[in-house]
Structure formats: structure tokens, C-alpha cells
Design a binder for this molecule. Structure first.
Ligand SMILES: Nc1ncnc2c1ncn2[C@@H]1O[C@H](COP(=O)(O)OP(=O)(O)OP(=O)(O)O)[C@@H](O)[C@H]1O
Length: 340
């Protein structure tokens, strides 16, 4: 099924991911949702363990079978991803959707040349001949700024620097010009200056190819520069989401405000600048959890916060899940509904 240009290419509603553990079930992702259109970039930010990677893996159909995933809606390009067989998901991955991981050495096979690995997805999905796949590989290596691309094809991953390997990973993900790309902290392992170059490159290619992109990152400088939308995750929930301008200029949730306190203005944030740290620890998500997960670290928390948080409603442009923020003369469209 084709989707119109204005329809979301990706639509997620009430995605939950549970992890069975010896001590009980961990509710690692707790009912998140967002929409993404073609050509848009959604940055997911939040501290370690908030569920960003699990969310990315769930969309790609790569979650371990031991984890339990449910969603009211998980739709990509008009396809219901909840009903796809593993074979169908393999058909989509590398072709219409692709993922770039943190550490290229875990995704690149040390035993195969760069050329073989770049050509593989193209040969598989495009039913192309070897010469055509090779020409495409050279073209993509050029696009990601790798010079003497022909000679790189016969090299093995260990012969390249970390920055070059990450460029190869980007080229690999883009071989079939996917409609959706998910990049999970794609430059964490690299030097700060190279990180900024590579993320800028990824963002330029994403716009050139009109792909939708989810970028999971801790780097608020990058978020300020390239995000159209931002989702702030905390303890398995999206606590605030909106356009980048709304999140940076008018953050409403105390957690978002805490993260941005040091660097509130897009354009002033430097590449490599990371999330500030907020005192306190994230509560355990094992077993039943009620109320706002941030309340233990929040300076405006009240007893009612241990009972309820505002719910997210369909179609809200700027959403935050905090009773206080919503009560402070919030703008239109903010949910006043609550759930335990
Ligand atoms: N296979 C697993 N078994 C048990 N716990 C897991 C598993 N995968 C993830 N978790 C837990 O689920 C929570 C969310 O993990 P996730 O990797 O999505 O966090 P994240 O926000 O991506 O963190 P980071 O920024 O550190 O990558 C964490 O507490 C993590 O320890």
C-alpha cells in the first residue's frame, strides 16, 4: 500500500516492551507513540536505560524473542509491522528500512571485504548484477566522503579507521535508498570532531534522499541542528515530545528542563555537548508502577504525582506528561486527561 506524501511513513502507538526477569517483569518501554513523515528527522533523547535502543530495535523487528513487545499500532509505509513474518521483515530491512548501530565492528563482518558487504544488500534486494552492485557501492562510498572508493572495496574492516568504518556503515545502510533510517548513537565511539562531521553528513544524505530518520543520541548540539521533532524518553516513556523549536524554546516537562538547563538555545549548543546530568536515580521498572517515574528526582513533585500522570492524546503537536507543566497556563492541545 502506498502512503501519501503527507501521511506518516512510520506511526507508532502505545508500544510496550516487557522483559521477563528472575525478579519479575521489567516494563522497559511503557506505551510510547509518535509519527514520522518522509524527510523528517525525529531525535530520541534521554539518559541511559530509558528504552531508546529497545524502541529502535522493535521498529526494525530485531528485538530478542525473549522480550515481549506489543503495540496498538506499528505501521510503516502502510504496512502493519505487527503482522509481518520474520521473512517479510528481512525483506524490508536493508531495503526499505535500515539501521546504523553504535559500533560498526559489531555490524561489519571482519571476514568479508567492504565491497562484498556493501554489495550484499543490493544484490539481494535489487536483483542486480555484480557490476551494477559494485558501481552502486563506489557511488555510495563517494557520497559518504570516502576517497579512492574503488580501492577501498577490497579492504577489510580492520584496515579502516573508526571514522571510515562508520562512514562505510552509513553507505551500507543507504545502498537501497531506504525510506526510513534508524541511527542509534551512530558516532558514540568516535572522536568529537569526527562525530559532528559524520552526523552532519548523515543529515545531509537524509535530506537529499528524502528519508525519514530516527536518530538516537545524547548529543544535544546535534539535536538542535538536525531534529525536526524531538522525543524525550525517561524510564520507558516519552515524557515530552514536540518540534525541535518547542522542545528547546519552551520545554515543559521538568525532566526536559533539567536536561536543557545548561544549553537551552538552538544555535548556541556546540557539537559534542552532551545531556546534563540530573541528581538522583531512575526507579526500578520491575513490577507494577504507578504515577510519574520522575517524581523522585523532581523539584516540583507533589503527592498526587505518585498517583497519576497526564495521558498522551492522538494528534498532539507538543505533548508533555506532567500535571504541573500542564497546569501552568499550558498552550492549546495539551491533554488534561490522567492515568494512574
Ligand atoms: N535483553 C535484555 N535483558 C534485560 N534487560 C534489558 C535487555 N535489553 C535492554 N534491557 C534493559 O532495558 C532498559 C532499556 O534499555 P535500552 O537499551 O533501550 O536503553 P537506552 O535508552 O537505549 O540506553 P543507552 O543510552 O545506554 O543505550 C535498560 O534498563 C536495559 O538494561
Amino acid at each position: 500500500m502506498e502512503v501519501g506524501m503527507d501521511d506518516p511513513i512510520l506511526s507508532v502507538r502505545h508500544l510496550t516492551i516487557d522483559i521477563p526477569l528472575a525478579q519479575g517483569t521489567m516494563h522497559a518501554v511503557r506505551g510510547i507513540g509518535f509519527d514520522l513523515k518522509r524527510g523528517e528527522t525525529l531525535c530520541i533523547v534521554g539518559e541511559s536505560g530509558s528504552g531508546k535502543s529497545l524502541t529502535s530495535l522493535a521498529i526494525m523487528g530485531l528485538l530478542s524473542k525473549k522480550l515481549r513487545q506489543k503495540a496498538e499500532k506499528l505501521q510503516f509505509a502502510g504496512l502493519d509491522l505487527r503482522n509481518q513474518t520474520p521473512r517479510m521483515m528481512r525483506g524490508l530491512r536493508g531495503d526499505r528500512m535500515a539501521m546504523i548501530f553504535q559500533e560498526p565492528m559489531t555490524s561489519l563482518n571482519p571476514a568479508y571485504t567492504i565491497g562484498d558487504q556493501l554489495e550484499e544488500a543490493y544484490l539481494l534486494h535489487r536483483k542486480a548484477g555484480k557490476a551494477e552492485a559494485r558501481a552502486r557501492a563506489v557511488e555510495l562510498l563517494g557520497k559518504v566522503g570516502i576517497t579512492a572508493a574503488e580501492s577501498r572495496l577490497s579492504q577489510y574492516p580492520h584496515q579502516l579507521s573508526g571514522g571510515l568504518r562508520q562512514r562505510v556503515m552509513i553507505a551500507m545502510a543507504l545502498m537501497c535508498e531506504p525510506e526510513l533510517i534508524i541511527a542509534d548513537e551512530p558516532t558514540t565511539a568516535l572522536d568529537v570532531t569526527i562525530q559532528a562531521q559524520i552526523l552532519r553528513l548523515l543529515s545531509d544524505l537524509q535530506r537529499e534522499m528524502n528519508m525519514a530518520m530516527i536518530l538516537v543520541t545524547h548529543d544535544l548540539g546535534i539535536v538542535a541542528r538536525i531534529a525536526d521533532k524531538v522525543a524525550v524518553m525517561y524510564a520507558g516513556e516519552v515524557v515530552e515530545q514536540g518540534t525541535a523549536a518547542e522542545i528547546f524554546d519552551n520545554p515543559r516537562h521538568p525532566y526536559t528542563r533539567g536536561l536543557l538547563r545548561c544549553i537551552p538555545v538552538p544555535g548556541k549548543t556546540k557539537p559534542g555537548e552532551r545531556l546534563g546530568s540530573i541528581p538522583g536515580i531512575v526507579p526500578s521498572l520491575v513490577g507494577n508502577f504507578q504515577g510519574c517515574a520522575f517524581r523522585g528526582r523532581c523539584d516540583v513533585a507533589e503527592p498526587i504525582c505518585s498517583e497519576m500522570v497526564p495521558v498522551q492524546e492522538e494528534g498532539q503537536e507538543h505533548m508533555w506528561r506532567c500535571i504541573h507543566a500542564a497546569g501552568e497556563g499550558a498552550s492549546e492541545g495539551v491533554s488534561q486527561g490522567v492515568r494512574p
